[in-house]
Design a protein around this ligand. Structure first.
Ligand code: 8YV
Length: 327
């Protein structure tokens, strides 16, 4: 008997080599316009597909999963974060969920380091000054930023990306501190010469630079609450390449605007793609459009992972990147 090729619906445009390979392997429906799928289109896709390939821009909630067709057995997400998918609802319906971990670690850590440098040394402000035509030449006290070397970096979430950032940070002469639910393996701590802070509050109050590298889960929503953000020192710089929901964005803006926090570098926002006007009006923030993993190599590797997950599953095996419910 010839096995029927699974019907795979892809919600956004993916790198061409990935789309081509998917078309060869599966009965694939692509999104040529790359417009995010409206909810009714997602409902229709989930009613007919065997496998859905969503991204962070699709909100796959319990209601959508409840309305999915009987054929839908796998959600093979393109990306590492899975906070856009109700994993519990999927499991209850017998739908497997996979993601693409590991292949965007180095790119995202690069972006976190780039934001640390850009926000501390006012790179984008400097660029704006040049482009404004208002630069009248060098001056001893113009565009002064904050030195990186010798400062304390606090990493919130010492997983793959947090560790990769720590390795980079050491090259810049930063001392590495971290908070994580579980203390890292002693070997990793020794390699990174990293100091563990069981208390996030205590770490926040003592760092010069903070980087958020934990996933967004029910437990990390507003982990940087208004109270915790107020623990930061006024000279501190905050960088977020993880998820906007981890930070109380309104309080962050208030502190940056009133000088109670020096600067921020943000790649993610609490209500993406909305970026508050008050944030846009601040000079002491570097704002990027969620591009931490946006490299050609990274996006192809993510697509390859999606294909491996689908192929393994379609062949009747457990796909390598199954996602379990966050606790
Ligand atoms: C991806 C990300 O581009 O993988 C993640 O969790 O945040 C991004 O780097 C996006 O999620 C793709 O769906």
């Amino acid at each position: 008997m010839v096995r029927k090729r699974p019907l795979v619906v892809v919600t956004r445009k993916l790198p061409e080599v990935i789309e081509t390979r998917m078309m060869e392997l599966f009965d694939t429906r692509l999104n040529d316009t790359d417009e995010p799928m409206p909810r009714d289109a997602l409902v229709a896709a989930m009613a007919s597909a065997d496998i859905l390939v969503p991204t962070v821009t699709d909100r796959i909630d319990a209601e959508l999963i409840g309305a999915a067709g009987e054929a839908l057995k796998l959600i093979a997400s393109f990306g590492t974060g899975t906070d856009h998918i109700d994993i519990g609802a999927a499991r209850a319906k017998g739908i497997t969920v996979t993601n693409t971990p590991g292949v965007l670690t180095e790119d995202t850590a690069d972006m976190a380091m780039a934001l640390i440098l850009a926000a501390s040394r006012r790179l984008v402000e400097g660029e704006r000054l040049i482009r404004s035509g208002e630069w009248h030449g060098w001056a001893p006290v113009s565009m002064l930023g904050k030195r990186i070397h010798g400062k304390r970096l606090g990493i919130i979430g010492m997983g793959r990306i947090g560790s990769a950032l720590a390795r980079r940070a050491r090259g810049f002469g930063l001392s590495v501190h971290y908070h994580n639910r579980r203390r890292a393996h002693p070997e990793l701590e020794a390699e990174l010469e990293a100091t563990y802070w069981a208390s996030l509050d205590q770490m926040l109050a003592r760092m010069d630079i903070l980087s958020i590298n934990c996933p967004h889960t029910p437990a990390t929503f507003h982990l940087l609450s208004a109270r915790r953000l107020r623990l930061l020192q006024p000279h501190a710089v905050l960088v977020n390449t993880a998820r906007g929901e981890v930070v109380d964005e309104a309080t962050l803006i208030e502190l940056l605007g009133s000088g109670r926090l020096a600067a921020a570098g943000l790649d993610v926002y609490e209500h993406e793609p909305a970026v508050p006007a008050k944030l846009l009006a601040l000079d002491n923030v570097v704002l990027l459009p969620h591009m931490g993993s946006a490299t050609v190599e990274g996006r192809i590797a993510m697509g390859e992972k999606v294909i491996i997950n689908i192929k393994t599953f379609a062949d009747g095996h457990r796909p390598p990147d199954r996602v379990l419910e966050a606790t």
